[in-house]
Design a binder for this molecule. Structure first.
Ligand SMILES: [Zn+2]
Length: 252
């Protein structure tokens, strides 16, 4: 059919329109983030019933109209039934979807963000790591997907690489790490400079550079998790400032 487009991805949000329809936002490999109208998706016998709900991965058949997409059909490829049984996981899941929706862009290749989201939701379901660690990993790797992430591979002051100099300080405002020599010798250091533990540095380097399938394969000591959570919170305050609705439910 004319104007028919296939796209694979996930429903990141949906809202009712009128009594029987829905408007869904999809994050897809082929089209980036798009919103689509799902006619009759609320009806119990609708073929679009499943696609009207977040956490649904599938192959979507879309009709491209003059100003918007209409969802024609969907073939579900992955579900998160286990995740949906645990209310805490559901709220974390909603938060991850909201972050992906916020940063996703139309007509941009969002494959990495999509894969990250899939693996993060699966990690939540597997429960091998705490939701707080999964959240931390997701937030840091999201910065990587956005292309605006802290420099944890070389010193922001002298430019020397991590293999030459131990990077033992961090400044959010300067955008990354400092070596001990720069910390000692530089007269005008950023006001927010703080010590960075070796474990925290390695975790940052690992999260930003490891292939996605290996991302959720480590644990952190509670004090390192706390150190990095505080660092990411400061980073967000300085560079984003955006407050997510789902964070209220997480009590953060
Ligand atoms: Zn330096």
């Amino acid at each position: 059919m004319d104007n028919q487009i296939m796209a694979s991805g996930i429903v990141v949000s949906s809202m009712p329109v009128g009594e029987t329809d829905k408007r869904v936002v999809l994050l897809t490999k082929e089209l980036g983030k798009v919103s689509a109208f799902a006619r009759g998706a609320v009806k119990p016998n609708s073929p679009l019933l499943a696609a009207g709900n977040p956490f649904c991965f599938g192959n979507f058949s879309l009709y491209s109209g003059r100003s918007a997409y209409t969802l024609r059909s969907v073939k579900i490829t992955a579900r998160f039934d286990q995740l949906l049984k645990d209310l805490t996981d559901v709220w974390y899941g909603y938060y991850f979807l909201e972050v992906a929706e916020y940063y996703g862009r139309e007509n941009v290749d969002e494959s990495e963000r999509l894969n990250l989201l899939y693996l993060t939701l699966r990690a939540l379901e597997k429960k091998k790591q705490s939701p707080d660690l999964i959240r931390l990993v997701y937030e840091i790797r999201t910065l990587g997907c956005n292309g605006e992430y802290p420099n944890v591979f070389s010193c922001v002051g002298c430019g020397k690489e991590a293999k030459e100099k131990q990077l033992s300080f961090f400044s959010v405002k300067a955008g990354g790490c400092f070596c001990a020599d720069c910390h000692k010798e530089t007269s005008s250091l950023p006001v927010d400079i703080r010590p960075l533990s070796v474990s925290a540095l390695y975790a940052l380097q690992y999260i930003l550079s490891t292939p996605l399938p290996k991302l959720f394969s480590f644990d952190l000591k509670p004090q390192v998790l706390e150190e990095l959570t505080s660092l990411v919170r400061s980073w967000r305050r300085v560079y984003s400032g955006h407050k997510y609705k789902s964070e209220e439910f997480l009590g953060l």
